[in-house]
Design a protein around this ligand. Structure first.
Ligand SMILES: CC(C)(COP(=O)(O)OP(=O)(O)OC[C@H]1O[C@@H](n2cnc3c(N)ncnc32)[C@H](O)[C@@H]1OP(=O)(O)O)[C@@H](O)C(=O)NCCC(=O)NCCS
Length: 161
């Protein structure tokens, strides 16, 4: 049996690749490891087939070790989700994905990128701040947490031009 990719390659993110609808199952499996309300594969398939959506993934073809997905509208984009396999976190995967993704969005003519992040999500907040995002506002009780409670969302923005 083929071992999991992260045993073969501890750093599968040298060159993030553009995600395709065929990656929907891998995205859904990974998403389910990290969110209280996982998105089904059908939803990822529809998003990845949508020309307004841009997805960058890490991992060999057919495997998704990490990914980031955004939707474009005119010169703005919203990051819909970003997830990295828990087994390889703190290894630079999200940083490489986000860097490549912002460059790809800029090449599409995107000038402003928005995202929402739970106020208590220290890892994600640190990642976004490191990439130049700043807090623009807050949505109260926006997120359902895995412990059954609700969490506030911070709205963050980064200018690309
Ligand atoms: C947030 C997440 C994507 C980060 O992925 P990662 O591959 O571990 O991140 P990286 O190793 O590339 O780290 C890049 C930077 O992010 C920050 N960071 C990442 N994880 C962190 C943590 N646990 N604590 C503090 N800072 C962290 C650091 O600034 C880090 O840079 P550094 O390593 O030089 O200090 C990952 O923790 C994850 O998938 N979490 C669950 C899903 C989630 O919450 N997504 C965001 C929803 S808005």
């Amino acid at each position: 049996m083929k071992p999991p990719f992260f045993w073969r390659s501890p750093c599968p993110v040298v060159a993030p690749r553009l995600l395709r609808p065929a990656d929907a199952g891998g995205c859904a499996r990974l998403h389910a490891t990290s969110f209280a309300h996982p998105w089904p594969a059908e939803e990822f398939e529809a998003l990845l087939a949508d020309s307004a959506c841009v997805g960058d993934g890490a991992g060999e073809k057919g495997e998704v070790a990490g990914f980031i997905l955004s939707r474009r509208a005119l010169d703005e984009a919203e990051v819909l989700t970003v997830v990295v396999d828990p087994a390889i976190r703190r290894g630079g995967c999200a940083g490489r994905l986000l860097g490549a993704h912002l460059a790809r969005l800029a090449a599409f003519g995107v000038a402003k990128v928005f995202l929402e992040v739970e106020e208590g999500n220290a890892a994600a907040l640190a990642l976004y701040r490191r990439f130049g995002f700043s807090v623009e506002g807050k949505r109260k009780n926006y997120y359902a947490r895995t412990d059954g409670g609700r969490g506030d969302a911070l709205i963050m923005r980064r200018l690309l031009s």
